[in-house]
Each structure stands twice: as structure tokens, then as C-alpha cells.
Design a protein. Structure first.
Length: 189
């Protein structure tokens, strides 16, 4: 199924997701380059909410640029296989290899602010990410690595401690929303 159809078929969990889905579909029609980070206004990223088998911890990275604990993820950079982008980013940022997608459906759709910052010596202006997030499972005993040019730590964080680790209030809402969805998920793995 095409990435656009995956977004069209996404069932919003709340008013925020309903409004973000509507806006996303408008932006897809407005911009031919929405999958490219060259679009300095808004572009698509894909992330992985990686949980353990007990569904009580999430694998997170301490992101260097923002000095914040976050999900793994990255820019689509023209790639239409957004779940593939999310899986590649999980491997690249944490070193885990045995990744099980719990579902091929989008678990969260969010339009997120990205504040201006320096990346590889170049100023990146403030913009928006259309964040498409998928749900994965990994054995929490699998070894992890730090990708030093992107993150300073990789850690399994208990769901009930995410608010302690996360320093971004807008992201705490996203994480707690996803956890609510997981608690109601009936897919077995």
C-alpha cells in the first residue's frame, strides 16, 4: 500500500490526530517534495516506538542536537517505504537487529515543531515534521550501541518513567498517547 494511502487509512485516536491527519493530507497535496528535507517548511519523518516483550519499556536515544531523550527515527529523504525508514533508523541509532513490527499500520501521526539548530556546522531553520510512527518489538536483552554522531546514550526506559527522562513537553504528550494505544492493543506477538 502506498504511503499516502497508509495516512488516509490511519484512524485517529483523538482530536489532535484527526486535525493533524487533515492537515497532513492538505500538505501532501500542496507540496510535491513533502518526502524531502529540502522542503524547509514541512517534511515527513518516520519513527519507531520500540517496546519490549512485556510492553512496559520503550527503547529511546539521547539525541545530541536537542539533548533530549527521544524515539529513534529520521527523515524520509524521498523514501516512500516509511516503515522501512523507521526500521533502518532503529538499527542505525541503537544497533539492534532482531526487530519485529507489531503492526504495519501507523501507530501515531503528529505534526511536530522543530526549532532552529545547527546540524553538521549548518544552521537549519525552524520547520515542521509530519511524524509517522510505527510500533516495533525488540528483545530488551539484545545489545545496543551508541551512534556517537547522533546520540549520547541508548536506554530501555520504563513507560512510567518517560516523563522523568523526556524534557520536551510536546513529546511527553505523544509518548503518553502511544502508551495509551499500546495498553488497548489486542495484537499478540
Amino acid at each position: 500500500m502506498s504511503w499516502v494511502n497508509l495516512i488516509k487509512e490511519f484512524v485517529p485516536f483523538n482530536e489532535q490526530e484527526r486535525k493533524d491527519k487533515e492537515a497532513t493530507l492538505r500538505y501532501i497535496n500542496m507540496f510535491d517534495d513533502i518526502l524531502e528535507r529540502d522542503n524547509e517548511m514541512i517534511h515527513i519523518t518516520s519513527s519507531g516506538f520500540v517496546i519490549n516483550k512485556n510492553r512496559d519499556k520503550v527503547l529511546m536515544v539521547n539525541h545530541n542536537i536537542f539533548n533530549a531523550w527521544s524515539l529513534t527515527g529520521g527523515h524520509a529523504d524521498g523514501e516512500e517505504d516509511l516503515i522501512g525508514v523507521a526500521m533502518s533508523e532503529i538499527i542505525e541509532e541503537t544497533g539492534v537487529k532482531d526487530i519485529l513490527p507489531i503492526t504495519d499500520k501507523i501507530i501515531s501521526l503528529d505534526i511536530l515543531p522543530v526549532f532552529g539548530h545547527i546540524r553538521k556546522g549548518k544552521y537549519i531553520t525552524s520547520h515542521l515534521h509530519i511524524s509517522v510512527t510505527y510500533l516495533f518489538q525488540v528483545d530488551e536483552n539484545e545489545p545496543v550501541i551508541v551512534k556517537q554522531d547522533e546520540n549520547s546514550d541508548v536506554k530501555w526506559i520504563p513507560f512510567n518513567e518517560i516523563d522523568i527522562y523526556s524534557s520536551e513537553s510536546h513529546m511527553k504528550k505523544v509518548y503518553n498517547k502511544i502508551i495509551s494505544k499500546i495498553e488497548n492493543l489486542v495484537i499478540s506477538v
